[in-house]
Structures are given as C-alpha cells and as structure tokens.
Design a protein around this ligand. Structure first.
Ligand SMILES: [Zn+2]
Length: 467
C-alpha cells in the first residue's frame, strides 16, 4: 500500500513525546526497568513492519506500540524517530509509513472530576468538539434528569487515581430502557435481555466515546418518536459506559496543542518514571491485557510499554469494577474450558468499542488456534455487523490482526458466556483515519455506521446463539 495510506492531517497524532526508550524491553535484554524520562519534542512516526503479523507476539512482548491495524501480513508500530532503529535492531523489517504532524487544540482547564456535573460542564469539549470526561458524566446526569422514565445512572466504582485520593473519577454507566419493575437493577434476574456497550477502555481511541454519547441521545430522544427505538427500549436494556478509562482520557485531553495518545490507565505503582505525554514510554496498565482470560499473551511485562499487562491478572481497579458490574448483569451460562458452549437460550451481547482499522473481532483473542463453542453464532453475527458497517473485515483477532490475551472481551465470554465483540472503528487511510480524526468525522463518517451496528447488536441481545 502506498505511503499515502495515512495522512498526517487526518491521523492527527501527537508530536510531543517522551524520549525515553524501552531498551530493557528488547528481545534478549535484561528484565524490565523503568527508564529515566527525558521530555522532548519531535514528530511521531508510524512504522510498517513487513511480515509483522507472524511476529506480533515478539513485537508486543518487546513493548512496541503495535497499532490495532494490519495490512496483509504487515503490522504497524507507532513511535519516535529512534524507534525504527530499535525495530531493525530487533530483527524486524521496517519502513516509515507516515510522519505525523501535531494538530492544534486547547486542553480543558480542569483535571479530575468536577465537583458539580451540571449543564455548563456538559459543554466542556476539546479537539474541535470531543467531550471531556466531565462533559460525558454531566451528559449522563442530564439525560437521566430529562428522561427519568428511561434512564438510570450507575456509579460502579472508582478510577485508580480516585482510589488514591489523587484526583480521578467515578466509573459511570447508564442503563436505558422503558423502565418497569426490576429494570436496570444490578441483578442477573432482571426481566429484559441486555446489550452492554463500552467505549474508551483505551483512552486515545476517542471516536468510541463520541459514538457512545450519540447512541445515548439516539435512544433517549428517540423513544416515542422513532418506532424502532421505541420497540428496542420496550424489550431490551441498553447499558452504556462512555468512558471506561477516565484517568487515561484525562491524560489524552490534557495534551493541548500536541494531544497525548495515551492508551492505558494512570496507575504508577509500577514504572513511576514512565512518561505521561504519549510517546514510547507511558505510565499505566493496558486494561485490555489485564484480565485473567488468556493473561500473558500478546502483552508486555515492561511497565512503560503501551501493552503492559500489569503485575498480575485482574490487578486494576478499573478491570475489577467492570468484572463486578458484568457479573451483576449477566448470569454465568458457560462451563470452563476453551470449547464449552453457552446454551442457545443465553441472553446478552457485549460490545467493546476500540479504534481503529474497520474490523469486527470476537473470542478467542488469546489464540486463534482455538475456536469458542459458540463460534458459528459469533462468526455469523460478526459477519453481519461487518456487512452493516459497509464491508469491514471480521474474525478472531489472530485471524485478522494478532493474538492478544487478557482482554475484557475474552473475559466476558470466558466467564459468563455472553456474546462478546470488539469493534475497531476507524479508517486506516484517507479522510478520518487514525486515533484522532477531525470531529466532523463523527457525524459524517462514524456515527452513520455505528448506529445501525448497535441497533443490530441490540436486536440480538435476547438470543445471540439461538435460531
Ligand atoms: Zn483499543
């Protein structure tokens, strides 16, 4: 594919980044140690790794920032100008795919959760219209106030920084349905089937938070107006977590003129000297490598790596809070083991929204050598989602991207048997590509695809594996 596969204007990634390098993460080197951080400015690079798909685990284990993108047998790594040399030194075939210029935007004045989440806070945006964490939370309050018969806000835990008294945020979900007795209760015996939609577990994947915001409005403004929405909310509970990793998003939105492409949470217990400005050295744990399902594959032990899996499985408060929420919403319908199937009358669909590369993924992510016991149903649903999206690719991660264990999506299916999917929303080339598309891309490109995909997913919540 040509070097114009991405454009700096549309990908819009950060220029400011740490100069610290992850020498300790290279193959054959010593155990991980946190490097000293030297702040520096300079362009961000996307490197193409020719034949990288066959070496994905080596790339991830070495701690490179492997993008959720694949072109044939090639993978892509984001880094600084010295990252290419480290890749070559590690034996990888490397070419520069793109050099990324910094976009301009102003950071919000506030960090951490606002004392009052009111209508004024709901207007707080960055980067041309993207809502801050506080704006997303104020929006939840507004929606629940404006549509008391439809919406309930649930505080399901605290972010890592909040548990440490260091700013941080509540963890918030909203339940949307035409409320009747037993609805929106934290109980696995609630009467309606449940669609669960999660966004921005990876903080820098900002498209996902915005489509979550639009989905909440689409449902609550559409009830009694749009017959499809009315029918959906009469029959189904829709749960939305618009910001699953608020500490991470706080870092992203602090980037100012050089937005920070921070992926992980903000836990500094391990690697306190890793960076916070979106480079090759980042604090935090990758919340999509931290669960006990397939923990340890396709992830790094280096605390500064973008795919650092954390010190142990399920170590993070954000991980544990999500797991507790899911266990309170979905019955356990699946026996243990890689091939056990959940029964045909299982209810529930869980969508974890990520960016980018226009793909629909389903378990097992830890290894495509194994198919789930519900593979035919999951594959058929993924195929339909991909068709609705306009021709996305679909498959298990190892079939179309690379194997990665410890994900929340594997965990949901593994632990409970609910139908679980990842959507990698976003173009890899042309307009609106990358982690940070212009805000106009949301109404013009992504929401028109994601709305019918979510509507379809909701329609399958009652019987994802049944006829
Ligand atoms: Zn992601």
């Amino acid at each position: 594919m040509s070097p114009t596969r991405r454009t700096a204007a549309t990908l819009g990634l950060a220029a400011a980044a740490t100069a610290a390098v992850l020498l300790s993460a290279l193959p054959g080197s010593a155990a991980p140690t946190a490097p000293a951080v030297a702040e520096a400015t300079g362009p961000t690079y996307v490197y193409r790794i020719t034949g990288g798909a066959a070496k994905a685990d080596a790339l991830l284990t070495a701690g490179f920032d492997v993008l959720e993108d694949r072109d044939g047998d090639d993978l892509f790594v984001m880094g600084r100008n010295d990252t290419g040399g480290r890749l070559r030194g590690g034996g990888f075939r490397v070419s520069i795919e793109q050099v990324l210029a910094p976009p301009k935007w102003t950071p919000p004045a506030r960090s951490g959760q606002a004392a009052v989440l009111d209508a004024a806070v709901a207007e707080e945006t960055y980067y041309g219209g993207y809502r801050t964490v506080n704006a997303q939370y104020a929006h939840l309050n507004q929606v629940a106030s404006d549509h008391a018969a439809l919406a309930t806000v649930v505080d399901y835990g605290d972010s890592w920084r909040k548990t440490r008294g260091a700013g941080g945020y509540d963890l918030k979900a909203i339940c949307i349905t035409k409320k009747a007795a037993g609805d929106c209760a934290l109980s696995t015996s609630a009467p309606k089937p449940r669609l669960f939609v999660m966004a921005q577990l990876h903080a820098r994947e900002i498209t996902t938070g915005d489509v979550a915001y639009r989905w909440i409005d689409h449902l609550t403004d559409g009830y009694g107006v749009d017959s499809q929405v009315t029918s959906l909310l009469n029959s189904t509970e829709v749960w939305v977590v618009p910001i699953a990793n608020p500490d991470g998003v706080d870092i992203v939105q602090r980037g100012g003129g050089s937005p920070y492409t921070h992926r992980k949470n903000a836990n500094t217990t391990n690697g306190p000297n890793c960076g916070t400005t979106g480079g090759t050295s980042q604090i935090g744990i990758d919340l999509n490598r931290n669960t006990s399902s397939g923990y340890g594959t396709g992830s790094s032990t280096n605390p500064c790596s973008e795919t650092y899996r954390g010190p142990s499985a399920n170590s993070e408060v954000e991980t544990k809070a999500l797991q507790q929420l899911w266990r309170s919403l979905y019955k356990d319908r699946r026996a243990t083991g890689t091939s056990a199937a959940a029964p045909a009358d299982t209810t529930g669909v869980v969508i974890s929204m990520h960016s980018y590369s226009n793909m629909v993924l389903f378990p097992w992510g830890f290894s495509s050598t194994y198919h789930t016991g519900n593979d035919a149903s999951l594959r058929a649903m993924a195929k339909e989602m991909a068709r609705i999206a306009g021709g996305w690719r679909y498959g298990q991660p190892g079939e179309v991207l690379y194997n990665a264990g410890g994900s929340t999506d594997d965990w949901v299916y593994d632990d409970l048997g609910a139908a679980s999917f990842v959507w990698e929303i976003g173009n890899t080339s042309g307009s609106c590509a990358g982690f940070l598309p212009a805000y106009s891309c949301q109404s013009g490109t992504y929401w028109p695809k994601v709305k019918p995909m979510l509507t379809y997913a909701a329609s399958k919540a009652a019987r994802p594996y049944g006829p």
